[in-house]
Every structure is written in C-alpha cells, then in structure tokens.
Design a protein around this ligand. Structure first.
Ligand code: TEU
Length: 546
C-alpha cells in the first residue's frame, strides 16, 4: 500500500546521542531498537536516522568514508537489519540520510583520486589549478591544496568533506546504485543532505560574496534529481525529503511538485534565520517574531498554490532547541514547548520531530569552549578569536547558536547519565535530566510529551489539518500568531501567544463563517472561554479550535 506521507509524522534520530545499548560514550543501532516501543507509543510513522555509515566522524557522520558499511561505533549490518525488521513489526518505517554532495577525504574514491590526475576516480571530485574566492560554510576558503598534484579540491563544508563532481555520469551512476542498495534492503525513505548544492556553475568565477549563488539550486540540479527519481525512486514507495540550503520558493515548488518527479518534500531554513542579524549567524541576538510569521506564512501559501509540499520543523541536529529559541526554557518551559508544538503541527506540511523536542529539552548551559564538540562551532570559535572578537561575545553567540545545543544525549529517565548510557557520554547531558526525561513525561498526563502525542493523533483524523488551506490572521500582532486552516467541511483556528505576558485576541471579521460552533481540540491551559471571537491568552497559551 502506498503510504500517505501527507498525514505522516517523521521522528528524527541522531544516533550518536539517542541511546547506547552497549554502554559506550556514543549511542548505537541496538539502542534505537531498545526504544522502538516508545516510538510506536508516540505514534510517529517514519524514523529518519542521521548518517550511520562508516565515517571518520569529523562532522558526526556527514563525512562518509563507506556508504555500504555501518560505522563500527553504531554496530554492524546485522544490527541494521534487526532495526529494520523490528521497526517494521511496529509499523515504523526507516529513512536514511544520503550525503552525496561530498564524501569524506577518507572515502576510497577520494583516496584513488589522490593517486594522480589520470586516475579514473580523479573526476569524481572537483579540481582546479587555482582556487577561486568561494568560502566554506564552516569558515575559510572552500578549496584545499593537494600538494602531491599541486591542484586544489573544492569543499563547501569542512576540508575533510570533498565535494563530488555531479557533472560526471559515472559518479551519478555510483550514487544511484548505492541508493538502490539501501532501498532494496527495505529502507522506506531518504533525507538528502544539502541536495540543492550538487550542481555547480562550471566557470567557477570569483564572487563578490561567498560564492553560494554559483551552486545553490544550480544549473542542472533539477535534471539530476529527475535522473535520480528514474533510477531509484520510480516504482518504489519512498518518502524523499531534500535539505535545501539558501533555496527559493519557486525552486522548492519544482523540487516537490509530484508531476515533476523529483522529491516528496523539502526542508528550507529561512524561518530559522530570524535571529541572524544581517544574516550573521555568530552573533547573539533576539529573534524577530513578525518576520518568523511572515516567512512561514509565505511558504505555507506559496507551496500550496504552487503544488509543492513542505517538510515543517522547528528543530534538527543543526539548530538550537526551540523551547530555548522561541519559547521560555525556564518558568514557562512546559507551556511554551506545547505552544510551539501546536503552532507547528497546525501548519500544512509533514511535521518532523527531533529527538528530545517531544519532552521539551532545552539548550545546555555550557560555559566553556572545551564543552563543545561540533566542527562548525570550533572553527567559528577559532576564526572569531583570530579576528579579535572579544571572548565573551563569541561565547554568547556559541551558547545561543551552536549545533551542539541539540546534540546532547537524549534524556530517558533520572538514572545515571539520564539513562542514555552507563558510560560517560561523548558530550555532556543538557538540562535538568531529573525533571526533563521520557519516564517522567510518560507518567504525567499534562506533559509536553502527551501533548505531542495528541497532535500526532489529531493529524491522522483531521482533513483540515492534513490538507486545509492556510490563512494568517495576525501578521502584525507583536505577540500572537493566529491562523486558520480550512478544507471542505472543516475549519481550524490555531491561536498562539508567543509572549510571557497576557495578550488579547480578536478574531478578524469574516475569518470564520457566521454560524460557526467552536470546539477546543487541544490547549495548554485549562479552558473556560465563552466568546471565541474575543478572548485573552495567558503567557504562551495556545489553542487549537475546530
Ligand atoms: O547541513 C547543511 C547546512 O548548511 C547547515 O544546516 C549547516 O549546519 C549550517 O549551515 C551551519 O550554519 C547539513 C547537515 O545537516 C549538517 O549536519 C552537515 O554538517 C552539513 O550538511 C554537511 O554535510
């Protein structure tokens, strides 16, 4: 049966920080198997695993050295097969992360390529006699010298991640075969890492900026995805989601409109740059709430009108925790985590939940650079220090923005290391594990966790939630985000207070038919509203009304 991914919910697992079955510093595949009953209870449909392939782990697996092998830290192929079958027995489907913009420099292809300019694998990568001025997304030049040949290879990310040359049909064939291998095994979907960067403009000109306009949504990217679709996706029941870096709405419509035969849906990050002053990530700053609403609203309407489909999310392994970012991880942690969940799950698109989000995990309160592990964070620290930025400013930015904010171990219970492992974890535990953990949340009917579970159930039963048109009702309000979702016969109203103060809400005239009968489907406070056209919202209060 064809899975209806419009009504599905995806749960993202960061295996390194999920659960260690073997009692090691890092999580493993058997640790995921241990938690499948929990995930089935939660009600999610797909489990997306970030990369589990053999890797030197310079970028936590996004530097793949062998696409056909499981990294020994995570287990082996027998463990993976067990995970597939145990997941399937519980109605859970496994999605893998496909990282094919680049490989690790330790990948056999790159090692062959290093052997000389006429090696058959040389052309799997991108070489130039002289570097241009493009910048790596992790800081510094995007080119590194191979001293043996005197040529430079392109790396849009870390120096250990060499960009693949998609112009080469043999490379494309090798990538598609690898994806077929995993699809044949029974994997039910793919998340495609920075897939809109694979096609580079071939003149490699210098830029007056960092170079991204020459490879973002590049000249042949749609052609390559259609080729991938014919080779791998066609005739298979797969959910495919592309991670799109600095993309545009028209491109995302093209990537995800079914008749284009590219992908099922796309991630974009525009709504998660509302706390980047002038586009600068490494500066501590408050977020712009009006801008957040505007961007998400534009993508809601735009993708709907264009026939595309959004992957919707607040959190992933590259982003800080949403309760710390757009909510309040202190006094109103529970209320604001629920409010953010309702606001996101009310939107049109397929919701993604990142491990720990469902229990309201917060950013860790790391204070020293030695507590951080992430290559991007450590590079930024070095570059900013070298540029003379004061230490306190750098640490304030890192505390707010570091990708490690979301990479601390999953908090399962109040035992040693939050139940993640019997060994000291590779990165410290984040926040109040004795209070914020799965066991405590399951036992408390008012927890963030139970709220997520209700949202997941609601999606399955409400046509308006799945397919309804989105309309923003409070674009300029400094505290409230209200919107409606309407489909034939069902209208929903989602009203959320993003502030720690009380706020007044008035339903704009004509937003809802005159004869409506309101019913609260989900809330994060006790309800006693008599007039749904005009009411007060308490701090971080949120209502989902039918
Ligand atoms: O991330 C792509 C990406 O550009 C980011 O979200 C990145 O983390 C951000 O720009 C940093 O400011 C993907 C993966 O999700 C990420 O973990 C990898 O490091 C990256 O690709 C390279 O494979």
């Amino acid at each position: 049966m064809q899975q209806d991914w419009q009504s599905s919910v995806v749960y993202q697992i960061y295996p390194k920080s999920f659960c260690s079955h073997q009692g090691r510093a890092t999580g493993d595949l058997l640790g995921i198997v241990d938690k499948l009953d929990y995930l089935q209870w939660l009600g999610v449909d797909y489990l997306w695993l970030t990369p589990i392939y053999a890797s030197p782990q310079k970028d936590n697996g996004y530097d793949v050295s062998d696409y056909y092998a499981i990294d020994p830290a995570y287990g082996n192929m027998a463990d993976f097969d067990l995970l597939l079958s145990e997941a399937s027995a519980r109605g859970l489907r496994i999605m893998l992360d496909i990282v094919v913009n680049h490989t690790s420099v330790q990948h056999a292809w790159f090692q062959e390529a290093l052997k000389g300019r006429d090696n058959p694998y040389r052309d799997f990568y991108i070489w130039r006699d002289q570097p241009n001025n493009w910048q790596s997304k992790f800081g510094g030049s995007a080119w590194a010298l191979d001293s043996a040949s005197g040529q430079y290879y392109l790396h849009l990310f870390d120096e250990s991640q060499a960009d693949l040359n998609w112009e080469n049909p043999k490379l494309r064939q090798a990538v598609f075969e690898m994806m077929q291998f995993w699809a044949d095994k029974g994997v039910a979907g793919f998340r495609l890492d920075v897939i809109n960067l694979i096609s580079k403009q071939q003149d490699f000109s210098d830029d007056d900026s960092d170079g991204r306009r020459f490879y973002t949504d590049g000249p042949r990217v749609h052609e390559y995805l259609q080729e991938m679709h014919r080779a791998v996706f066609a005739g298979r029941d797969l959910l495919t989601v592309g991670e799109m870096s600095s993309t545009t709405l028209p491109h995302c419509i093209q990537y995800s409109r079914p008749d284009r035969h590219e992908l099922s849906m796309t991630f974009n990050f525009h709504h998660l740059k509302v706390d980047y002053p002038n586009g600068e990530k490494w500066q501590a700053a408050p977020y712009d709430f009006i801008e957040l609403k505007r961007i998400l609203s534009d993508w809601q309407s735009g993708m709907n009108e264009g026939g595309g489909w959004n992957a919707i999310f607040w959190c992933n392994h590259d982003q800080p925790r949403v309760v710390s970012r757009f909510g309040d991880d202190g006094r109103y942690r529970v209320e604001s985590a629920k409010m953010l969940a309702t606001t996101l799950h009310g939107l049109q698109g397929t919701p993604y939940i990142y491990q720990g989000e469902e229990i309201g995990m917060a950013n860790p309160a790391f204070t020293d650079i030695s507590e951080y592990r992430d290559v991007e964070t450590l590079n930024a620290y070095q570059n900013l220090s070298a540029a003379g930025v004061p230490e306190a400013e750098i640490m304030a930015a890192i505390k707010q923005k570091s990708r490690d904010n979301s990479r601390t171990p999953m908090q399962w219970d109040d035992s040693l290391n939050a139940g993640f492992s019997s060994a000291e974890p590779w990165i410290s535990i984040a926040s109040q594990p004795e209070k914020v953990n799965v066991a405590a949340a399951r036992a408390d009917a008012d927890s963030v966790l139970h709220h997520y579970r209700q949202l997941i159930t609601l999606r399955k039963t409400s046509a308006a939630l799945k397919y309804g048109n989105y309309c923003c009702l409070s674009a300029d309000d400094p505290a409230i985000w209200a919107y409606s979702r309407s489909s034939d016969g069902e209208s929903l109203l989602i009203v959320s207070n993003f502030s720690p103060s009380e706020a007044d809400f008035a339903l704009p005239p004509l937003a809802i038919p005159a004869d409506w009968v309101a019913e609260v489907l989900l809330a994060n406070y006790e309800q006693s509203i008599s007039d749904f056209k005009h009411f007060k919202l308490r701090p971080y209060e949120s209502l989902l009304i039918r």
